[in-house]
Structure formats: structure tokens, C-alpha cells
Write a protein that binds this ligand. Structure first.
Ligand code: SR1
Ligand code: MG
Length: 420
């Protein structure tokens, strides 16, 4: 474990004075530090996040505490995660700057990152809970995925640079360990962190743990996550890691960044859109109070999944057609790039297969593992929540154990739609 606590842990009272010592941030905030307001706004499991407002502007500050936010000192965690988040923001910011926040300052000694404050953005998960449609979401997420994944892969990068980046991000072992344990391992046996809606899901959990085919499928995915350094991933791409307005989509919280299979990011995103979709069945208020609006919202969520995949696949293909730097499939061998058409399709089919698998694995762990989602947690009736969760688990186990049924892009959303 690599726990080297920052020499000072800032809070709402001490942060302004520190930011006053950073000229670029001080200039952006304007006025004097004693007039700045700092407020803790984090809602994730891992970090504290501060909004700091001055007379001229506002910034977002994240300091990596030497522990996990939701567990406190009982779960130590490396503050080095701030460095990986900063580096991933640099790398992804280099290829898709319009979809990530701008970095204003990074202090490695303090494990502290300052980014632009995005406003009037809200966390996508909150927007979905409120029943909001985001017309540009699918297109912008597809664009983000195509560029962040293609342009950090061997299809676009020269080998020396790609290998150096893989080596660098391979150091993010404490964060990737959390994923290795939580997604692929501990939910399939007794572990103190697991919890689920009990007793309603007890027999289902027992059945999952005895399902050899399921555990093989999940273990194959774990091996892909451990060894498939295809592109620089966000590494935790769920709807709590995305900020939105009607017009804009930004991806935040890159502290789990590592090279891995592209389908890990896409599958995680799809899992959370589908969890939101299924949870709507039991929400009796907001958009779900009206059956018509609920159905509209659910149909829109499925459309987002389909449109993200279509947009990703077409954006990825276009980038590949234009690429000339990547060491994989070198231009010298394919002067006539039409020869690559079938190979590109094969490549994308493999990404889709990974996506389906990781989507299933993520859905399961969000229901029977430690980290659950607000869409399901906010269902007050255990019976209603369990009914939604069982539908989610039925889809997820099918994705994992019958992959051949999900070779077509639309098969995932058709199956989800058929389960209502
Ligand atoms: C202790 S962290 C639990 C989960 O929250 C994060 O968002 C990651 O998904 C992690 O697995
Ligand atoms: Mg996060």
C-alpha cells in the first residue's frame, strides 16, 4: 500500500489561504482569500470535493485524502490517485478537451487538483433521477468515447509513447485493485462489504455464487481488465462521473484511470443507464408519477444506449480511416485502407462483446456489492426495489452467460425492453 498522506489536509476554512498562494487560481477567484467561500460538494464514494467562490470566479478543488471518503480512516487509500486523475485529464484533455474539465493547478505534494468549475452543470445521475432528457448526451458521450479510446490506443499512438503511458498508469494499482475486487471477485463469495435487499434477493445471490458458467464469464472479463491494455480508460465511467447541461456533457473523476479494454468504459456507462431505466419501474414520483412520461424517459434511456454505441462505432471507424501514426495496422501495409474494412468491423465486434460482458458485471456488483446506485437505493419499498433489482440481475446474468445472443448492437436494449 502506498499511503503517504499530504502534509496538510485542507477543509472549508483552510483551503482559501492555500489557494491564495497559487497566483493563477487567486487571479481567477479575484479579491482576497478571506473573502472566498469554500463549500464541500462531493457526493461520490471516494473523495471530498470543494467549490470555492471568489468575487471574480469559481473553481473546483479535490484533495485526495489518505482514505476512502465513505469509510473514513478504516479504509486507507493512496493519495497518489490525485496524480492519476491529473494525468488522465491531461491525456484525455489532449484528445477531447471539450468533454473534460480544464485543469487549473495540480500540487503533487498536496495531492490536490484544481479544475474549472462547471456551471450550471449537474451530475447526470441526479438529472436522470429528476427525469430530465438531455438531447445532446448520446452524441457527446459517443464522441468522448471514440476519441478518448481510439486516440490513446495502439491504433493511433506510436509504440514507444503508448508503452511509456501504459507503464505510467500501471502504477495506479490501489485504485484498480478496488475494481478487481469489487466488480469481479468479492461479490461472488462472502465478503463483509457486500449487501443486498434481503431476504428478497438471498436465494438469487446464492444461485449466482453457485453458477460456474457465470463465474467463468466474470473471471474472463477480469483477465481482460488485468491484461488488455488497449486504451487509456476513464476507469469508472458511471452516471455519477458525468456532469451535464442541456447542451454540454463533461466527464470527471478520472482517479481510476488505467489502460484496459475499451468495453470496460462503455459497458460501465451502459450498466448505469440501464440501472436508471429499470429503477424507473418503481419510482412513483417525479417523472415516474405519470406512466406516459415514465415510458418516454425509459424509451429515451434505451435510445441513449443505442445511440452511444452507434455514434461511438462510427466515430471510431472515421478516426481509424484517418489515422496514420499508430503502430498497429501500419499504413505502410495498408496503402489501400479499404482492405481494412472487414478488420475494423471485427475489431468493433470484439469491443461490443467486451462491452456487453462488462455491462453485466457492473450491473450485478451495483446490486449485491458494496457500492449501490441512488436510483435503486431511493426506492423506499423493499419489495418494489427487489423486483427492479431482480429484473436487472436477470438481464445481467444473461449478458454474461449467453454472449452469443448479444452480437448485434441493438440486442442489449431489446432484451432490457422485453424484461419490463
Ligand atoms: C470505495 S469506492 C467504491 C466504488 O465507488 C467508485 O465510484 C468506484 O466505482 C468504486 O468501485
Ligand atoms: Mg468517482
Amino acid at each position: 500500500m502506498n499511503i503517504q498522506a499530504p502534509p496538510r489536509l485542507f477543509d472549508e476554512y483552510t483551503l482559501p489561504a492555500y489557494l491564495g498562494s497559487v497566483p493563477s487560481v487567486a487571479a481567477l477567484l479575484g479579491g482576497r482569500p478571506d473573502s472566498w467561500q469554500a463549500k464541500e460538494i462531493g457526493d461520490g464514494n471516494v473523495n471530498y470535493v470543494f467549490e470555492v467562490t471568489g468575487p471574480a470566479g469559481r473553481v473546483c478543488v479535490k484533495q485526495a485524502m489518505p482514505y476512502v471518503r465513505v469509510s473514513g480512516a478504516s479504509w486507507p487509500l493512496t493519495p497518489l490517485r490525485a496524480r492519476y486523475e491529473y494525468r488522465a485529464l491531461q491525456e484525455h484533455g489532449g484528445v477531447v478537451p471539450e468533454r473534460v474539465p480544464r485543469v487549473l493547478h495540480y500540487d503533487s505534494g498536496m495531492s490536490l487538483l484544481v479544475t474549472e468549475f462547471l456551471t450550471p452543470h449537474i451530475v447526470l445521475r441526479q438529472g436522470l433521477l429528476q427525469g430530465t432528457h438531455y438531447p445532446r448526451l448520446a452524441g457527446q458521450l459517443a464522441h468522448y468515447l471514440a476519441r478518448s479510446l481510439f486516440l490513446t490506443s495502439d491504433l493511433a499512438c506510436a509504440a514507444p509513447r503508448k508503452r511509456a503511458l501504459v507503464a505510467e498508469f500501471s502504477g495506479n494499482t490501489e485504485m484498480t485493485r478496488i475494481m478487481e475486487d469489487m466488480i469481479f471477485t468479492e461479490i461472488y463469495h462472502d465478503h463483509h462489504r457486500n449487501r443486498w435487499t434481503s431476504p428478497h434477493l438471498d436465494t438469487t445471490v446464492e444461485r449466482l455464487r453457485k453458477d460456474a458458467a457465470l463465474k467463468i464469464a466474470v473471471s474472463r472479463l477480469k483477465l481482460r481488465y488485468l491484461t488488455g491494455a488497449d486504451a487509456l480508460l476513464h476507469g469508472d465511467l458511471h452516471t455519477g462521473s458525468i456532469l451535464v447541461t442541456e447542451d454540454d456533457t463533461r466527464v470527471i473523476d478520472q482517479e481510476f484511470a488505467v489502460h484496459g479494454p475499451m468495453g470496460f468504459d462503455i459497458g460501465s456507462l451502459f450498466a448505469h443507464l440501464l440501472l436508471a431505466y429499470f429503477a424507473l419501474d418503481a419510482h412513483g414520483s417525479g417523472v415516474a408519477a405519470s406512466p406516459v412520461r415514465r415510458t418516454e424517459q425509459q424509451e429515451w434511456l434505451l435510445r441513449v444506449v443505442d445511440d452511444v454505441w452507434q455514434g461511438f462505432a462510427s466515430g471510431f471507424t472515421t478516426l481509424w480511416e484517418q489515422a496514420d501514426q499508430g503502430d498497429a495496422y501500419p499504413r505502410a501495409l495498408f496503402a489501400d485502407t479499404r482492405g481494412l474494412r472487414a478488420e475494423r468491423e471485427r475489431y468493433l465486434n470484439a469491443v461490443l462483446a467486451d462491452t456487453i460482458g462488462f455491462c453485466g458485471a457492473e450491473i450485478i456488483r451495483r446490486i449485491i456489492g458494496m457500492a449501490h446506485v441512488a436510483e435503486l437505493e431511493s426506492i423506499s419499498s423493499d419489495e418494489d426495489r427487489a423486483a427492479c433489482e431482480l429484473r436487472c440481475l436477470r438481464l445481467a446474468t444473461d449478458l454474461l452467460t449467453r454472449p452469443a445472443a448479444y452480437r448485434e448492437p441493438g440486442a442489449l436494449t431489446s432484451a432490457a425492453g422485453a424484461l419490463r
